[in-house]
Design a protein around this ligand. Structure first.
Ligand code: SF4
Length: 356
């Protein structure tokens, strides 16, 4: 049963499910602070340190542009109310609501497992996306440094990696990222939803503020690291008026490519999002839901491959055209950055192979 905790300060979801999680052992590893260091919520975040058994996930969805991914932490403290990864927390016996953003599970041995994968004789290199489901630079990464350790392994083996984040913390790793970029082994995707800091604080409360994400794009670009932007998600009547200004801002900051994803509301996310709308935009809530259902064949969400990322119908077509036009105007998406898989080398095995 859902119990409303409307407007929990510093959290995205307004509600939670009563679930059992007593079998987990928790360990707090960082203070309950926001991106700028301020205390933002009375609710505590807990992080369980786990020993994972495997590290690379495989995706077979035909409309997702990668097959292999790593998510160093399950759950995401950034707490974006629209997060399509929320339902995965139910597999842990936890709520996709507040639990998803407060009860996290960290794969402390991620780098060790990745190294073991690369050492397998049968391993075939392909681009691995870090952060496909949850953000690899969420606040716990500041102290855990699991993503940084993973980058070290990618570098040791000359293995290509693609990163997706909504956090300025990615700037901490510019040293490794720029060395990977020199060999065409990395691309970073920064997700920018809105340029409105006030909206961002309620919509994605612990992700970096928009200006910090723009700064990250700028710093990464200055370091010759290729940066793409995901305007994700686009929310009709809440953020869609910003499409052109976001494209202009990210292009000015140095991004070379951009894509967008229409708001997706799988499973419990639909209820969490409409609750958020009612809480923060009571007068617009119905209108937003009507526009969404116009683009989703009459429902709030339609998971059909090929349509779930951008929707259908006149409003969806208009968004697509506006986005294309804005990208063209700001010269985005002119070239595709391909990462190299041919440089992959198991360090201690390299010289041995060279003997033959
Ligand atoms: S940053 Fe990404 S993974 Fe984290 S809550 Fe937001 S959308 Fe979900």
């Amino acid at each position: 049963m859902s119990h409303i905790t409307a407007g929990v300060k510093g959290r995205g979801a307004c509600s939670n499910e009563k679930v059992r999680f007593e079998q987990w052992q928790r360990e707090a590893v960082h203070e309950d602070v926001g991106d700028e260091g301020e205390v933002v919520a009375p609710a505590k975040t807990s992080v369980v340190i786990q020993t994972a058994k495997s590290i690379i996930s495989r995706n077979r969805s035909p409309d997702v542009p990668f097959d292999a991914s790593i998510n160093p932490i399950q759950g995401c403290e950034h707490g974006c109310v629209y997060c399509f990864a929320r339902p995965t927390h139910a597999y842990l016996g936890l709520s996709p609501g507040l639990d998803f953003e407060t009860k996290l599970f960290a794969k402390q041995n991620a780098a060790e497992l990745l190294r073991a994968e690369f050492e397998k004789r049968s391993y075939v290199p392909e681009v691995i996306t870090v952060g496909a489901n949850t953000d690899p630079y969420q606040p716990a990464e500041k102290t855990l440094q699991i993503t940084r350790a993973l980058l070290g392994v990618f570098e040791d083996y000359n293995h290509p990696v693609s990163i997706i984040t909504k956090s300025g913390l990615v700037m901490r790793d510019i040293d490794i990222l720029s060395r990977l970029a020199e060999k065409q082994l990395v691309k970073v995707h920064v997700s920018v939803t809105s340029l409105d800091a006030k909206l961002s604080r309620t919509l994605e409360p612990r992700a970096s503020a928009p200006r910090r994400r723009l700064l990250a794009i700028e710093r990464l670009t200055d370091a010759q690291i290729p940066v793409g932007v995901l305007v994700a998600p686009v929310i009709p009547a809440i953020t869609d008026h910003e499409l052109e200004s976001i494209v202009r801002a990210v292009a000015t900051a140095g991004a070379k490519s951009a894509g967008y994803v229409l708001l997706r509301l799988p499973h419990e996310v639909a209820g969490l999002f409409t609750e958020w709308l009612d809480e923060h935009y009571p007068l617009k809530s119905k209108h937003v839901q009507t526009l969404l259902s116009q683009m989703r064949g009459g429902a709030l969400y339609d998971a059909k491959f090929g349509e779930r990322m951008s929707g259908t119908g006149p409003y969806a077509d208009l968004l697509r055209d506006r986005f294309r036009l804005a990208c063209k105007k700001h010269q985005l998406n002119l070239q595709r950055v391909s990462l190299r898989t041919d440089l992959f080398k198991v360090p201690h095995r390299g010289p041995q192979l060279a003997l033959f």
